[in-house]
Write a protein that binds this ligand. Sequence first.
Ligand code: ADP
Ligand code: MG
Length: 238
Amino acid sequence: MSRALIEMDGASKSFGGVKAVNNVTFTIDEGGVIALVGPNGAGKSTTFDLMTGFQKLDSGRRRTMGIDTTRSPSYRFPELGVARTFQKVRLFPSMTVLENALVGGLAKFHSVSAAEGAARRALERLGLDDRADRSPAELTLIDRKRLELARALVPEPTLLLLDEVMTGLTPHEVEDAIMLIRQLVDEGVTVLLVEHLLKVVMRISRRVLVLEHGQLIADGTPDEVQADPQVIEAYIGV
Ligand code: ADP
Ligand code: MG
């Protein structure tokens, strides 16, 4: 078994009476693409929040790169090699595109100029370098998503969590996104993907975790989870 990047042990989170994530245990081991899928409201984004310190665990424990991070705040995670995007894009409207990307590197690089170099490379990779000095408000939604992804890449993460980055993309843009994910994997990045496009998920993932009503109902290869009666039921709702 390869190195464990994140270990969630009995993770739970409720909002009011809703158990968004209910006693979930899994380990994300190093390498390739892993997907987290499930119907709307299953708890996927909340699971990402719990994995990256954006929400506090109600109960359970978390280890990141072998270190107990159960109580660590979100700003610690880029230094540990974990970066993410948000389903609802979070950018700073009063900062430029370049500055928004650069923020991703401040915890990792010890000078602003080193962070700026990394930010410019990430913007170039996402095709945004010509708009470095613009305001994010001038970008289309897709380009704002690209900017978030650029920001996540700036600290050169070991593990990258992507929350529905392909939603709203044209088929051609989806293929571009798949190509970028494959390049990142070739560079040694482990990619954890929340994605609604199940065909894409099954094509590029080596392992698929399935959430339903906050609980992990399946965890296996694409072939295994697609043949799982509980997964079929969760998706068809019969
Ligand atoms: P998914 O990403 O799988 O669609 P979410 O993790 O966003 O699901 O949501 C899981 C459940 O938790 C849903 O019922 C949602 O309404 C609820 N929820 C998520 N975040 C919050 C929040 N900040 N406040 C209240 N309820 C929330
Ligand atoms: Mg979500």
